[in-house]
Structures are given as structure tokens and as C-alpha cells.
Design a protein around this ligand. Structure first.
Ligand code: ATP
Ligand code: F6P
Length: 486
């Protein structure tokens, strides 16, 4: 990453990391700020970032190098992966050091710069995100945070060099060249590097020498993400006739209770959104159309939102599957994410076909997705950074609307349960099962576990009011990210 402070580098880093991890790429963020807080301390005032402060320059370089070394150690462990080196990396000399070291370690580099001269937005970032960082713990007055952080930015601006400069251009007055007085620095020509510059949150994107598949995926993703406030809602279709009979897949109609849910949905959505515009996305299956029927918004169908294809098991109950395809039934429990139904799909297949949906969800404004249990598990896992072991067992109950809420570097979900009975189609992970391990005899749960849930069994079920709040599991909150031992 490259950019002045409060330009969204950490935000972008975690977003990209979540996207790549969801697609199955090993990804890790190395945040140099965390190293600084651990090694030198949090709550340092702006003078620590002054390019004329020689002691601090040395300490900052040490932190940068330590993070870089940890990154290379990580690459040794994962063999294949994407590391995001999250620091300001604001001078050409610093970027040359990174390039040199990466070349030595056989690591390809792409610089990703966030450049922003919208002073109001930067102030907002300071007040919304930096104010709650450990750097300003105990500082009550927002104006003090604003003043100090603006000073910090001024220090960086003094030596800042945007990515892509011409190697022949004289270096900016730079107090920490690398290597010191190395004449080759003059020849370091960033026009030969791979980079993307996102300018003013994407009003302009400059792409240079982006050639590899992963680089181009990342660039395309960066072009689609934005930070405008919006609402993203998810719901499964209302209870279907197949749900009632515990059958998988198919294209059934809604049950009588499912229809009641469809009837109740418009009033909840209008409570959540007020007069804001909304587009409703459904699958091509009729239970989602019937659920969306009463919603007075523009609608769009996506084949990619159709339920996981259970192949030869479509229309069967879990008990039928256990009886007719015992081996497959057991194999699925051993690795549910990878298991592909005969003639059908795996969860991994669903993730891959959902990638364009995710990209479009990132690009769009207010969207409501009405889809299915397995599909919504995959989408939920993307936003909450949940890995493949947990993903296929996530609880996505019927007759419940989920609303994404954005935190500093991730998302939470609020759920709104509509008080209309529905069966519970969740089948728990068999106890004592390790990924890749075997199922202990008698420990598999059966479809008989499918139970009718009632309003009284769901204490959070207050129609139209927020019920539960699910925290991201692997995705750090602002505090987790920034509350290093410093
Ligand atoms: P620092 O260098 O101090 O670590 P940073 O550049 O990593 O700062 P973040 O902590 O990521 O900045 O700032 C988060 C804020 O930036 C969020 O409020 C987010 O909405 C906003 N943001 C995200 N993308 C951009 C962007 N492209 N330009 C400006 N702000 C952005
Ligand atoms: O039971 C409802 C349903 O949407 C089925 O159509 C689908 O096969 C199943 O859920 C997916 O859930 P799981 O992967 O847990 O079997």
C-alpha cells in the first residue's frame, strides 16, 4: 500500500484480503502501524512522524523492516499467497527498498496507492476512525485529535512522492534514503513497476503494467469498491413446501407460512429503508420471486443466486440421502465445503459462481438479496470473513432479514426476525468431527433434527426490530486490529 495517513489504506487492505481469502487465496495483512505501536508505543504525538526527527526515523525504519521480514517468513510458510504490506510507503526510496527485498525473495510486487485531496473526507476519516484508535486513547476532545493528526499528515506530505514518478526526476528532499546515498536510486524508475493508483476514492484509477491474473483481479476489485453509505439486506425466501417436507432443492412454491412472510416483508423493508431507493435481487427460482412479489422496488433475477445444486439428491430429504447415498452422506460431513454432489455442486463451486454477484454488490448502492440457505451462507462468509470450515454450517434462519452494517475495517450483521413460524432447515456439524477426519459412529445428526421453531423459541423475534448482532470472526474490529500490546 502507498498513501498519506487516513487515505483508507488499512480499510482497502482488509477488504482485498477478505475478498482473496473468500476466493481461496492465502492472504495476510502486515500492518506496520501495529509494529510501531508494539515496539515504540501508541499515543505518540505528531512529532514522532516529523521527517526531521532522526531518532524516530530510525525507529520507524526498524518497524518497517521487521514487518517486511515477518512477511517474507510468512511467504516461506505458505509458499503461495498474497501479502499486503500496509504502511504509508510514501517515498520512492522506501518503495525501492521494498522492491529490492521482494526481488531477492522472489516475490512479485504491485503497489496500490490511495491518493485523496478531499480535505473534508480526510477529516471525516480522522474523526470516525483515527479518533477511536489506541493512538488517541484517552483524548476526549475530537478537535485535539484532528489537529494532531493533521500535523501528522503534514509531516508525511513534506516527503511524499506519488507512485509512478519518472526515475530521472530529482528526488524529493528525503531524510531517510535507502540505501543511503545509493546512486542507483536515481535510476529507480517506477514507470517500470506494476501499480494501481486509486485517486479520490476511485473518481480516477491509473493502472500501470498490471499483467498477472491475481493483480488484475485485485485491480478490478479496487475499481468496484466504494465508501458511499448504503444498505445491503439479505433474506432467504419464505418457507417453501419442500422446506416443510424437509426436501432439498427443487423449485417449490411457498408454504402458507412462507406466503405470510412474503406479505409481511414490505412493511419491514420500508421501516428499515424509509424512502430510499432499493433494487431487489432474486434467484431464478419461484420461491424467491414469490417472496419478493409484494416489494415495491425494481427487481432483477440472477441465475448465480440459485440454490446449491444437490444433483442426484435434489428433492430428497437428508434421511433419504443417508439411506440411498450413505458414502456421499458421510463424505459430505467430512469436508462439507469441498464436497460436490454427484451431478451437482459443492460450496466451493457456489463461491466461485457468486464472485460476479459480490463484485456487483460492492459496486452498487442499496440492494436486497432474496436467495437460499447455501448461497446466503457464501455471501455472509464473504462479508464477515468466515472460513470454509465454518461457512457451510452458518445459521441463516428462514423468515429473517439480515442487514449489513459497516465498521471501521469490516462489517457486522443485524438480524430482524419476522414473527411467523417456519421450519428450521439447519443441520448441525456432527459432533467430534474434525476436518478431513472420520465421523464417529452414531454421531451424525439426522434430518429428524429438523424442527419447527416457534416464536417463543426465538427470544429475539420482535418483528421489525434489531435482534442479534454477529461479530466478524476472523476479521478484526478496529480495536482488535489496533489494540496491540502497546
Ligand atoms: P494510516 O496511514 O493512519 O494507517 P490509512 O490510510 O490506513 O491510515 P484507514 O485507517 O484505512 O486509513 O482509514 C479508514 C477510513 O478511510 C474509513 O473511514 C474509510 O471509509 C476511508 N476510506 C476507504 N477508502 C478510501 C479511499 N480510497 N480514499 C479515502 N478514504 C477512504
Ligand atoms: O433445505 C433448504 C436448502 O436450501 C436446500 O435446498 C439445500 O440443498 C440446502 O438447504 C443447503 O444446505 P446444506 O448445505 O446445509 O445441506
Amino acid at each position: 500500500m502507498v498513501g498519506l495517513p487516513a487515505r483508507g489504506k488499512t480499510y482497502i487492505s482488509y477488504k482485498v484480503s477478505r475478498y482473496l481469502a473468500w476466493l481461496g487465496v492465502n492472504c495476510r495483512v502486515f500492518n506496520v502501524g501495529e509494529y510501531r505501536r508494539k515496539l515504540v508505543g501508541a499515543q505518540l504525538d505528531h512529532s514522532f512522524f516529523d521527517p526531521h526527527n532522526p531518532v524516530a526515523i530510525e525507529q520507524r525504519l526498524k518497524c518497517a523492516v521487521l514487518a517486511l521480514n515477518d512477511m517474507f517468513a510468512w511467504f516461506e510458510d505458505v509458499h503461495n499467497g498474497v501479502a499486503i504490506y500496509d504502511a504509508t510507503n510514501s517515498t520512492r526510496s522506501r518503495r525501492q527498498m521494498i522492491s529490492d527485498e521482494c526481488r531477492k525473495h522472489n516475490v512479485e510486487v504491485m503497489f496500490c496507492e490511495s491518493w485523496c485531496d478531499d480535505a473534508n473526507l480526510v477529516d471525516m476519516n480522522i474523526l470516525e476512525v483515527k479518533r477511536t484508535s489506541p493512538d488517541y486513547k484517552g483524548v476526549k476532545d475530537p478537535q485535539k485529535v484532528l489537529d494532531d493528526f493533521r500535523h501528522r499528515i503534514d509531516h508525511y506530505s513534506e516527503v511524499y512522492e506519488p507512485v509512478g514518478g519518472d526515475g530521472k526526476r530529482p528526488l524529493a528532499k528525503n531524510k531517510y534514503p535507502y540505501p543511503p546515498e545509493d546512486p542507483t536510486l536515481e535510476q529507480y524508475d517506477e514507470r517500470l513497476s506494476s501499480y494501481v493508483r486509486k485517486i479520490n476514492v476511485g473518481s480516477q484509477v491509473v493502472i500501470n503494467r498490471v499483467t498477472s491474473y491475481l493483480e488484475s483481479r485485485i485491480v478490478y476489485f479496487l475499481m468496484n469498491i466504494h465508501i458511499a453509505t448504503r444498505s445491503v439486506l439479505f433474506s432467504r425466501h419464505g418457507e417453501s413446501m419442500y422446506n416443510l417436507n424437509q426436501r432439498l432443492g427443487g423449485d417449490p412454491d411457498l408454504s402458507p407460512n412462507g406466503r405470510k412472510y412474503a406479505d409481511a416483508l414490505p412493511s419491514l423493508i420500508s421501516k428499515l429503508l424509509g424512502n430510499q431507493p432499493l433494487t431487489v435481487w432474486t434467484s431464478t427460482l419461484r420461491r424467491t420471486h414469490q417472496t419478493a412479489a409484494g416489494l415495491p422496488y425494481k427487481k432483477m433475477q440472477w441465475k448465480a443466486l440459485d440454490e446449491l445444486d444437490a444433483g442426484v439428491c435434489e428433492g430428497l430429504t437428508y434421511e433419504d440421502v443417508e439411506r440411498e447415498y450413505p458414502e456421499e452422506y458421510e463424505m459430505r460431513d467430512q469436508n462439507k465445503f469441498e464436497f460436490r454432489y454427484r451431478g451437482g455442486e459443492s460450496y466451493r463451486d457456489v463461491v466461485l459462481r457468486l464472485e460476479p454477484v459480490i463484485m456487483e454488490l460492492e459496486r452498487q448502492q442499496n440492494i436486497m438479496v432474496i436467495s437460499h440457505q447455501a448461497v446466503l451462507r457464501c455471501i455472509y462468509a464473504y462479508f464477515l470473513d468466515i472460513g470454509p470450515d465454518e461457512l457451510p454450517y452458518l445459521k441463516i434462519p428462514l423468515h429473517t432479514v439480515m442487514k449489513l452494517t459497516w465498521t471501521a475495517y469490516g462489517c457486522d450483521i443485524q438480524t430482524y426476525k419476522i414473527d411467523i413460524d417456519a421450519v428450521d432447515t439447519h443441520r448441525a456439524k456432527p459432533k467430534g468431527l474434525k476436518r478431513g477426519g472420520t465421523v464417529k459412529a452414531g454421531s451424525t445428526s439426522s434430518a429428524a433434527a429438523t424442527a419447527r421453531s416457534s416464536a417463543s423459541a426465538a427470544p429475539e423475534s420482535v418483528a421489525g426490530s434489531p435482534a442479534t448482532k454477529t461479530d466478524a470472526s476472523r476479521f478484526p474490529t478496529h480495536d482488535q486490529l489496533l489494540s496491540s500490546s502497546a
